[in-house]
Design a protein around this ligand. Structure first.
Ligand SMILES: [Zn+2]
Length: 217
């Protein structure tokens, strides 16, 4: 049984979607690529064409991202919004999800969801650890939640939201932590009161439902 890791910064040739770095896209395995708000530059549009080409031709690219909004670190918000919007359109046109990085900017995502055309991609809010109330506000939209190391803390917001989160919106990840993906699945299994094998089936089925680029075990 494979415990799929839907977002990791480690190089992994199997069982994971690696967050790729520009000009160093992995030679094996699945990956995601996008303009992370931390590294977004004024001239991002010059590189956008490259992202478009790669995303269209390379079927190992399973998702656009990380992309999103960050009020703590990154360029001015107008730039972030424009770049996010372009990447969301790209993900939508390819029928693949966008992996969201969102820091102190829940309102900006909500604004985007409400004002964007109906053509929204599936958006996976990765590293979710905000209050369940904030998660519920996103349920009218195609937003899923990816949970990581915070599930190891019983009192965390991540743990609280996983208990109530619609099951068809759940993903699991290690992100940049040193935690093993197996431990994240074990934690989720306890919280969801589901055998860990079923949690593994659930996240994989969730992926294959929201994405045109399927993961075949
Ligand atoms: Zn990450």
């Amino acid at each position: 049984m494979q415990f799929w890791d839907f977002h990791t910064h480690q190089a992994r040739s199997t069982g994971a979607i690696q967050n790729a770095v520009w000009d160093q896209t992995p030679l094996t395995g699945y990956f995601s690529l996008g303009f992370h708000p931390w590294f977004l530059e004024e001239n991002w549009q010059e590189h956008y064409r490259k992202l478009e080409q790669l995303a269209t031709s390379e079927k190992r690219l399973l998702a656009i991202g990380e992309a999103g909004f960050d009020r703590i670190k990154g360029p001015e918000l107008d730039l972030q919004k424009t770049a996010f919007s372009a990447q969301a359109q790209l993900a939508y046109s390819l029928g693949i999800p966008l992996i969201l990085h969102c820091v102190k900017a829940h309102d900006l995502l909500l604004e985007f969801l409400k004002t964007a055309p109906k053509k929204l991609p599936s958006i996976i809010w990765h590293g979710w650890n905000l209050k369940p109330e904030l998660a519920k506000q996103l349920l009218d939209f195609p937003v899923c939640f990816s949970f990581g190391r915070h599930l190891l803390s019983p009192e965390s917001n991540a743990t609280k939201w996983l208990e109530d989160c619609p099951r068809d919106r759940i993903f699991l990840e290690t992100d940049d932590s040193a935690v093993e993906i197996g431990s994240v699945y074990q934690a989720a299994s306890l919280i969801l009161r589901l055998p860990v094998e079923e949690v593994a089936e659930l996240t994989l089925a969730n992926w294959n439902r929201i994405s045109k680029r399927k993961i075949n075990e």
